[in-house]
Each structure stands twice: as structure tokens, then as C-alpha cells.
Ligand binder design. Structure first.
Ligand SMILES: [Zn+2]
Ligand SMILES: [Zn+2]
Length: 105
């Protein structure tokens, strides 16, 4: 991996290390399978397994999820903006196939 020598360039090395610092591993305990969805028969004594996640990617996922829960609902509601553009591009026929008539203007 180090054969390319990128890590020998100070600026590149600093950048790579900054990425490493951001995307650092975080160890935790998680439930799996039926336990994770609450359909097991362990009562309150579910077994957990070691899990290591990426701090940065997990944060992004959480932020994205929060966005989805609030303002994001507008974006994912059908017809979504992407669908509307596709409908417009294809003409009115497909647009009329949507269940609510809000986009028939
Ligand atoms: Zn369980
Ligand atoms: Zn990551």
C-alpha cells in the first residue's frame, strides 16, 4: 500500500492522517438479529456483540436521518422533486398517474 509514496509527501500525509482522525473507529456493543428488532425471547437479557463503527460515517448517517425525519419528509414524499422533473420531461400523461393531484398544474 505504501509503495505509491503518497505518504512521503508532507501535505499528503497530513491530509491522510486528518482523514484517519475523522474516520476513526468507535467500539460499541450492539444487538443483532431478532434482538435488534425486539422480536426475540431474551426478555431484558439480550446478548450483545462487539461492533466497531466509523465515527465520521456514523455521524453523517445520524445527521441524514434527522434531516429525513423533519424537513426531509417533504423531499421523499411522492411525487418527489426528481419524479416531478421526470414527469415534466416526459409530458403530462405520466404526471396524471400520480395518486394525488397536487402536481397537475
Ligand atoms: Zn434478545
Ligand atoms: Zn468513515
Amino acid at each position: 500500500m505504501s509503495e505509491n509514496g503518497l505518504h512521503k509527501i508532507p501535505a499528503m500525509r497530513a491530509a491522510l492522517e486528518a482523514i484517519q482522525e475523522l474516520h476513526k473507529p468507535v467500539e460499541t456493543q450492539v444487538l443483532t438479529g431478532d434482538c435488534a428488532v425486539g422480536e426475540c425471547e431474551h426478555e431484558d437479557d439480550c446478548p450483545t456483540v462487539d461492533f466497531v463503527y466509523c465515527a465520521a460515517c456514523n455521524e453523517i448517517a445520524e445527521l441524514a436521518n434527522a434531516y429525513y425525519a423533519e424537513e426531509g419528509m417533504q423531499i421523499v414524499s411522492h411525487p418527489c422533486p426528481t419524479r416531478r422533473l421526470a414527469d415534466q420531461g416526459l409530458g403530462d400523461n405520466l404526471a396524471r398517474t400520480t395518486k394525488n393531484g397536487e402536481n397537475n398544474d
